[in-house]
Design a binder for this molecule. Structure first.
Ligand code: FRU
Length: 645
């Protein structure tokens, strides 16, 4: 289709490429009546509607002033609208379509001798999008179009506009640059306030300003780790989900990158939800994510336009997965695609639930790519159903092989859980054999990747920060995950973080008791502390603010429970044996308001301290006589190359 010089530039509506000179307009529905079209029933009203009808959600994306809108008198009315005969004289028939997704019931048919030879339905959205049929094989035939509304329930209507015969397909001009410029300007305006906040963490990844939630799509490409995250550029609250982007050469130092993904409002998209990175069979990168609009969730992809992964474009084959894949099965809250490869095949898992209204059956469903480009997918069924009946829904599943076991991570509300077990590869069903909690604190929706050395890396979202400061939330430190010889999960921050360390301080091993604390000659609000006690019961670490008006924060262990600033978790098994009588090693990161604690590489607690302590002194304390084996600390530097943005 040739684009005419005059483009109709209306926010949220498809841009009108008026029929090119080669195109044959079948109908634009701009008149007050249907002319030669034959109307049956009531649904289509007396003539094309002037946009949205009473009690309807806003209809967008149509061209001109009018369209076919069978919401006349609501969803309850039915009818058909049949065109006069015409000759098929171009390769494509293209049209704008919206309304309900009821195959055969809210649809448009192409009829040849009264038989349906092509059909299309809406996608449960009032936003009209282009759809086309390739009719090259029907050239010269006489045909009719029939617009059908036989559905009286929810989404029981169809919207159609601008039906043309053409040899070149109409396109909605991409408005990426405009959307991104607006988003970047909004973030830039919030930066001075965020930067001025002395309580904002310095060595945890966060956006230049405004809101963040889940880490998304970590990947390694041409010498850089790339990490994306759920980001609202417009406020320090959730909304307008984009994908923010940072990159790092060494996992210790990071740089902000331009926002990678944005909601394509002109395609009816409102949010770009969580997802993951994938590679096609020939190694091309794709980001898979859940596209949210005024319709059911769909799984979309974006592809990079440059080797630095700065500029992304939405995949031309979107949507790549829709709920139609599930046939009769309804998956509620279907979102957060996670990609993995196994035995030469490519898969996605997605979160959701089978019967939200009946209270749950939280599931992870699994899909296999049917082509090398990862655009065609087959639904393989339910990989995993959460065993706890009170769990209603699963978000952000991660599923991968870790050494010789399979690991599934589920976010079903805090705390985030993990399951280790086996995969029945024939049936693609996961059998969990062991479970645990990844982090007992302010931690949610982690995402994982394998780096070029085969290490499994994980970031979680730390979500306990206070509102109203021009920034909100961070990610955890990058963590390594691995299994012990007995197959149990361990976690620790990546060793590369040592590059952030300043001058080392430490004390000699010594006896501690209720009267004798050990104190380090090190003060600050960005610190790494390593402390080891010969036995766990009675062991503690105290952060004492230099500002005596602020409360101290304690990490304590009574032999059964570890408590980090009041957040309690059962002591790790490795400290067990005779409970509380094995060494306890704490690896503690204080990043202004954020405390991230690893106990024996087995138990993790990320916790936001309120009020923030400011600069602290560090003391090892004991509520009963015990031996301190080690106490050392380093001030840590900012992760931001060239300072905070
Ligand atoms: C988890 C989550 C995801 C969703 C995203 C939206 O925190 O709810 O399920 O994709 O956040 O921001």
């Amino acid at each position: 289709m040739r684009l005419a010089a005059i483009a109709l530039f209306v926010l949220f509506s498809a841009i009108a490429p008026p029929a090119g000179s080669d195109d044959l307009l079948i109908a634009d529905f701009e008149s007050a009546d249907y002319g030669a079209w034959h109307v049956e029933g009531e649904a289509f009203g007396p003539g094309p509607a002037e946009g949205t009808l009473p009690n309807q959600m806003e209809v967008t994306g149509y061209l001109g002033r009018r369209l076919v809108n069978s919401y006349f008198r609501g969803d309850g009315t039915v009818g058909t609208l049949t065109s006069p005969e015409f000759t098929i004289a171009r390769r494509y028939i293209a049209f704008l379509i919206g309304g309900g997704r009821h195959p055969q019931r809210t649809c448009i048919h192409l009829l040849l001798d009264g038989k349906v030879v092509r059909t299309a339905t809406g996608r449960d959205t009032e936003h009209l999008l282009w759809h086309h049929w390739d009719v090259a094989d029907l050239a010269g035939k006489t045909a009719r179009l029939q617009i059908v509304d036989r559905e009286q329930g929810g989404w029981g209507h169809i919207n159609i506009d601008q039906i043309v015969q053409c040899d070149e397909l109409p396109r909605v001009p991409d408005r990426r640059d405009e959307h991104l410029a607006r988003a970047h300007a909004a973030v830039a305006a919030a930066v001075p306030r965020a930067r001025a906040d002395r309580e904002r963490p310095l060595f945890h990844v966060c956006p230049p300003a405004q809101w963040m939630n889940d880490p998304n799509g970590p990947l390694y490409h041409e010498g850089y780790y790339h990490l994306f995250y759920q980001h609202n550029p417009y406020a320090d609250e959730w909304g307008h989900m984009h994908w923010g982007h940072v990159r790092s050469r060494d996992l210790a130092h990071w740089e902000h990158q331009p926002i990678a993904l944005w909601p394509s409002l002109e395609l009816g998209e409102q949010h770009v939800f969580s997802g993951s990175a994938a590679r096609t069979a020939d190694g091309r990168l794709m980001l898979f994510y859940t596209s949210i609009g005024g319709r059911l969730p769909e799984q979309w992809a974006a592809v990079p336009e440059d080797s630095q992964l700065v500029t992304w474009r939405k995949h031309s084959a979107n949507p790549l997965l829709t709920e139609e894949l599930h046939g009769q099965t309804k998956i509620h809250e279907w979102r957060d695609p996670y990609f993995f490869e196994h035995a030469g095949r490519r898969y996605l898992v997605l979160g959701g639930n089978l019967n939200a209204s009946a209270g749950g059956q939280a599931t992870v469903t699994v899909y296999r790519a049917e082509n090398e480009e990862l655009t065609r997918w087959r639904y393989l069924g339910v990989l995993f159903t959460h065993p706890d009946p009170e769990v209603r829904n699963i978000e952000c599943p991660n599923f991968f092989r870790l050494q010789d076991r399979w690991m599934l991570i589920t976010s079903q509300g805090q705390p985030v859980q993990y399951f280790l077990g086996r995969l029945d590869e024939e049936a693609m069903r996961f059998h969990a054999e062991e479970r645990g909690v990844l982090d007992h604190g302010h931690f949610y929706a982690p995402n994982t990747m394998f780096d070029p050395r085969g290490r499994c890396l994980l970031w979680g979202w730390v979500n306990g920060f206070p509102p109203g400061r021009g920034w909100r939330h961070t990610l955890t430190l990058p963590r390594l995950l691995w299994l012990t010889e007995r197959g149990h999960l361990r976690q620790r921050p990546v060793p590369e973080l040592a590059r952030l360390r300043g001058r080392h301080v430490g004390t000699a091993a010594q006896a501690l008791g209720p009267e004798s604390a050990a104190e380090l000659g090190c003060q600050g609000d960005c610190l790494e502390v390593l402390v080891e006690f010969e036995t766990a019961a009675g062991a503690g670490l105290r952060l004492v603010p230099l500002d005596s008006g602020r409360p101290a924060w304690d990490i304590t262990c009574d032999g059964h429970t570890l408590s980090v600033a009041g957040v309690k978790a059962p002591l790790p098994q490795s400290v067990g044996g005779t409970p509380g009588h094995a060494p306890l090693r704490l690896h503690v990161f204080l990043d202004r308001m954020l405390l991230e604690v690893y106990a024996n590489e087995e138990l993790c607690i990320s916790h936001v301290l309120q009020p923030a302590p400011g600069a602290v002194r560090v003391q090892a304390v004991a509520s009963q006589p015990l031996r301190l084996l080690r106490l050392e600390a380093w001030p840590l530097d900012s992760i931001w190359v060239g300072g905070m943005p």
